[in-house]
Design a protein around this ligand. Sequence first.
Ligand code: AMP
Length: 501
Amino acid sequence: MDTETILPAGADKLGEKCGIIGIYLNKVMENQKTDDATNSAMGTAPDGSAEEASYNAAKLAYYGMYALQHRGQESAGIACTNGTDIIQHKEMGLVADVFDGAKLDEMGGKIAIGHVLYTTSGQAHIENAQPFVNRFKLGGIAVAHNGQLVNYDQLKEFLEETGSTFTSQSDTEVIIKLIAKSYKKGLERALTDTIQMIKGSFALCVMTEKSLIGVRDPNGIRPLCLGKLENGWVLASESCALDAIGAELVRDIRPGEIVIINDDGVLSFEFGEHTAKRSCVFEYVYFARPDSIIDGIPVQEARLRMGAVLAEESGVKADVVIGVPDSGLGAAMGYAKASGIPYAMGIVKNKYIGRTFIAPTQTEREKLVFVKLNAMKSDLQGKRVVIIDDSIVRGTTCKRLITILRRAGAKEVHFRVSSPPVKYPCYFGVDTPSRSQLISSTHDVEEVRKEIGADSLAFISCEGMMRALEGLNPESFGYCKGCFTGEYPVSVPGELNGKQL
Ligand code: AMP
């Protein structure tokens, strides 16, 4: 389930950071105005107006960002170029609120990059909205970043000492300033120099007037994939964005790989030393859309299998299995199938609750969960219920959910979680609270059970979660499980962004 929508603006909240997209078009499609659903999405502005045959990379980025909206709802931005200058538009808000048909038509673009933001290192202000654009004598550059740098403070200090000034608290500004510093050596050199200096997680879409560049950090912590359009190329955080614009998934960008896309095609090279793949396992647990395929693993399939392993590890006698919408549903279906207990809907989520749904007081916020989620008496009355969620972080959501289920007449409530207990903060782009606020860091499983009011509580084991994934694509094995184990792929300072280790 997604919790940030019921928290007040600025509250200590959970969050995921960012979705990025890049579009490179190598020819104008003359036949864009068709009735075909995909093509009409590409050829018709959101206001329904007809379009002249011209480059429309900004519009494709827009539709891709729409599909990535679950990765960030604070701001949306697109930078694009027709080959001479880079223009951009970014504002706070959802993709559909920030852009309209006229704006996208005006932007056009042979190349475009787009970004949806959920802040981690900075705060939710327009200065932190992306992409970041820098203009030099030799040309411009724009950067969209998903991830978080662990050496931001040191790099910023170094840059300030050598004359750079900053307008935001975003670590992405450090990236663009570093590129700027060595830009006169040429773009490739500037990029490789920069990438070797930055540490942490970074999936990047970089754009100049002539090329689109994709980069994934040496551990591949955050996802980035490459897609093919009939008339160009796409880079995106998740493959669901490729589907939305009729692009075909070619492959994932490899950890430590740079791809440069221009009219000659896609040029790939590796930077730095070889390090082990350590992609974020929480993408499969919670972040990613179930219809995405990340590093060769369909997200929904991963969730189904996590649910099945959970049923093997901690089965219980019950009459019905339900999932917490949306991210708990896959695991619940997997649990039901493996255990043979019937699956039911059980909970309905109000689809119309967005970021604006905020409340000033804790009491009011607690009440709002009843507006956001409701239980179906017909599925639950008098039944022993197994409820599956993808994670317990602070423990507030599950506590309220259990109250809702009991009100709807559930006789017993058995809470099952398709990820291990979250005990440690994330330093790589997930805005988890500090350890003291992570319920599993301060309580053992039995104490959590009492606290949330469940009849029984069980989490999938770390080995079980790995078993679920291993079976799917052994070749892409290797995950960051830092939030569960406290072992991180890149060493982090003892205290970072106010989070105590
Ligand atoms: P909590 O109420 O703090 O225990 O949060 C657990 C709920 O938050 C689960 O329903 C998860 O689906 C959801 N969740 C997990 N990680 C995140 C995140 N990074 N941002 C927003 N919601 C999350």
